[in-house]
Design a protein around this ligand. Structure first.
Ligand SMILES: Nc1nc2[nH]cnc2c(=O)[nH]1
Ligand SMILES: [Zn+2]
Length: 436
């Protein structure tokens, strides 16, 4: 077999084979050809693997140092690209006031394409810098601006789902669309993304939340999603005030409102889900709909505390989201850490609850994210035939925590999750290509 751009990575490798199994390969290797992982194993078996793949001695090898680990790329299952300018401000309000006071006014500015270009270039770059190889973006209601987001993601080489936001009510007059226009624009947007023939970037149907749409409109969007086999994203049960309003308007529980709009599918991911009741959780599990857990946002907007383990008990897939600018920073490293902290906090109030472990949040930030986005066939861990989406983490960098004694691979991963930041993300690969 004539190999196309083969690359070999050697060093300490960690990844999750499932929610309950993290594999640590000390002195291991991964062989990548083109975008794909062709082989993974112990260093001692590398020459056999190379011979099998007819790889010569000229194949480039990247050898990690003792303070470095190779792990799957991080997956941000929920972030608002257009809210990046607001990161770190506006946390004096809760969701509905926050949307009206800070968020909608900022998103409106993306009618300006120069502003769109500037912000999207920065947010995609920052997301990649933080180690995010797959991101699931909310754009704005404006097609031209969402097209810029698609172009930017393609230029920078990130894997992404990108959504043109649908809003037809309960927002300022100049930041909503007529239902027919919103639907027609969504179809146009899907066409635009498809016209790029880019393997890494897909459109995602994005009704903002139940309060921005109605049942009939949800049904129109669900038809489009069904016809084109598209992903769907939205928000669900984030705050008590929102839940109450949805129940009053729709006359049923939040999850049922989406279900009547046919929006709960195997390719649907809903952010938050903090206040879902037993029957709603059962419904989500039946439909195969996932939840994006966004601890930073839930804390900053004082929305509430999700019990991830409860969702798992119902059989619901969970991934992590930064939810900027409800969250403060587009970093899944922060999301993993805050997820651990929040889980400890939740455990104080639930008898016999064991909080999440660092291995479990590592799963949530990688394989769990890919499962929640129904992308587990292509990314999330280092299985042979998946794309090589990976980051090299170095816990001995000048700008980071001092590295004062040798650490095992497991210790390096813990340090990254508990004490690391983007400066520890040395290199980022998406589908075999170096993007940082
Ligand atoms: N966190 C968050 N929740 C929402 N619910 C509806 N819109 C939003 C949003 O932009 N951010
Ligand atoms: Zn959100």
């Amino acid at each position: 077999m004539a190999a196309q751009n083969p690359q070999i990575f050697m060093g300490n490798i960690l990844h999750c084979k499932s929610r309950t199994e993290m594999e640590v390969i000390e002195n291991g290797y991964i062989i990548v050809i083109g975008s794909k992982i062709l082989a993974i194993g112990q260093g001692s078996t590398l020459s056999d693997a190379k011979a099998k793949l007819c790889l010569g001695n000229k194949t480039p090898v990247r050898t990690l140092t003792e303070s470095q680990i190779l792990i799957p790329g991080l997956i941000d299952t929920h972030l608002h690209a257009s809210q990046y300018p607001n990161c770190g401000v506006g946390y004096d309000k809760q969701l509905l006031d926050w949307l009206n006071t800070y968020t909608y006014p900022t998103e409106k500015k993306f009618a300006d394409l120069e502003f769109s270009r500037k912000v999207f270039k920065a947010v995609v770059k920052k997301s990649i810098t933080c180690g995010t190889t797959t991101a699931c973006y909310f754009g704005t209601i404006f097609n031209a601006s969402c097209n810029v987001l698609v172009d930017t993601v393609i230029e920078q080489g990130q894997r992404a789902l990108v959504g043109k936001v649908n809003m037809i009510c309960n927002a300022p007059d100049d930041y909503i669309e007529l239902p027919e226009k919103s639907l027609a624009n969504t179809k146009e947007f899907v066409k635009y993304v498809n016209s790029k023939y880019n393997e890494l970037v897909k459109p995602i149907i994005t009704p903002r939340f139940a309060l921005s749409v109605d049942k009939e409109f949800m049904q129109e969007l669900s038809l489009l999603a069904k016809c084109e086999d598209l992903h769907i994203q939205s928000h669900i049960s984030e705050t008590k005030e929102e839940v109450e309003l949805v129940e009053n308007i729709y006359g049923t529980f939040y999850a049922n409102a989406y279900d009547e709009g046919n929006l709960l599918t195997k390719k649907t991911i809903m952010a938050h889900g903090i206040y879902l009741m037993h029957d709603e959780l059962k419904l989500l599990a039946r439909r195969g709909t996932s939840i994006s857990h966004c601890p930073d946002s839930n804390l900053c907007l004082k929305s509430g505390a999700l019990n991830v383990k409860q969702l798992w008990d119902y059989g619901i897939s969970v991934g992590l989201g930064t939810d900027i600018s409800g969250g403060t920073y587009p970093s899944v490293i922060n999301a993993m850490r805050l997820c651990l902290y929040l889980s400890v906090h939740v455990s104080f109030y639930i008898k016999n609850m064991v909080p999440l472990t660092y291995e479990e949040v590592f799963y949530l930030g990688t394989l769990g994210g890919s499962e929640a986005l129904s992308l587990q066939k292509v990314t999330g861990n280092f299985e042979v035939n998946k794309d090589f989406d990976a980051i090299i983490v170095d816990m001995n960098v000048e700008s980071g925590l001092d590295y004062l004694q040798p650490c095992s691979p497991r210790e390096l991963l813990q340090k990254f999750i508990y004490s690391g930041n983007e400066t520890n993300v040395l290199s980022v690969y998406v589908a075999g290509k170096l993007v940082k």
